[in-house]
Design a protein around this ligand. Structure first.
Ligand code: GAR
Length: 199
C-alpha cells in the first residue's frame, strides 16, 4: 500500500474527489497546504486524514526541508499536486523522481508554465480566443508544467464563455481524470519496484 500526500493551496475540490476515491494499493495519508486558510485542510479534517500547514511566509528558507520532514514522518511514497500554487525546486523534486504528479487547468503545452495558474489560465485562454481548452495531469520535473503528460481531456468553448464558466467546465474534467492519473501513478511506481526486485 503506497502512502500518497496531496498538496493543495485553496478550495481543494480535486482533493475532495481523491478523498472519496478508493485506490488500489494506495491511500491518501497526508494533506499538506502552504495556506493556513485553505479549505483543503478542512476537507482533510472532515475525512479524518492527517493534515499539515507549512506556511512559507513563516518558515522562509526552511519551507522545503520542513515539507521533506513531513514526508518522512508520514512515510510518503508519492505526491499529488492538486491546486498547489507554489513551485517546488529541482532539489525537492529529486527526492521523488517520477513520483510527483500535478493537475493543470489547460491543455499543456498551451497556457502553462510560470505565472499560469488558477483563474489566470482561463482568462488567458479567453483573451487568446482559443476555441478549446481542457485539463492535463503530468509528471513533475524541474521544468514548470514540463513533465510527461499522463492524462488530458479537451472541452469546447462556447461563444459566451467566461473565465468562471470555463473554470466550472474544466473542474468537471479534472475531477474525472485526476483519480485515474493517481491510480496510474500508483501502478507505475509498484511496477517499477517489482521490476527492480526481480533484477
Ligand atoms: C485546479 O483547477 C487546478 O488545475 C489548478 O488550481 C485549481 C485548484 O482547484 N492548478 C493550477 O493552476 C496549478 N498550476 P481545487 O482547489 O478546487 O482543486
Amino acid at each position: 500500500m503506497l502512502n500518497i500526500a496531496v498538496f493543495a493551496s485553496g478550495n481543494g475540490s480535486n482533493l475532495e474527489v481523491l478523498l472519496n476515491t478508493q485506490f488500489n494499493q494506495g491511500k491518501i495519508a497526508l494533506v499538506l497546504s502552504n495556506n493556513p486558510s485553505a479549505y483543503a485542510l478542512q476537507r482533510a479534517k472532515n475525512h479524518n486524514i492527517a493534515h499539515i500547514c507549512i506556511n512559507k511566509k513563516e518558515v522562509g528558507e526552511k519551507f522545503e526541508s520542513e515539507i521533506l520532514k513531513a514526508m518522512q514522518k508520514h512515510h510518503i511514497d508519492c505526491i499529488v499536486l492538486a491546486g498547489f500554487m507554489l513551485i517546488l525546486s529541482a532539489d525537492f523534486i529529486s527526492h521523488f523522481p517520477n513520483k510527483i504528479i500535478n493537475i493543470h487547468p489547460s491543455l499543456i503545452p498551451a497556457f502553462c508554465g510560470d505565472g499560469f495558474y488558477g483563474m489566470r489560465v482561463h482568462e488567458a485562454v479567453l483573451e487568446y480566443g482559443a476555441k478549446v481548452s481542457g485539463a492535463s495531469v503530468h509528471f513533475v520535473n524541474e521544468i514548470v508544467d514540463g513533465g510527461k503528460i499522463i492524462a488530458q481531456e479537451a472541452i469546447n468553448l462556447s461563444e459566451d464563455e467566461t473565465p468562471q464558466s470555463l473554470q466550472t467546465k474544466v473542474a468537471q474534467v479534472e475531477h474525472r481524470i485526476l483519480p485515474q492519473a493517481v491510480q496510474f501513478l500508483i501502478d507505475s511506481i509498484l511496477t517499477k519496484e517489482q521490476h527492480e526486485t526481480l533484477h
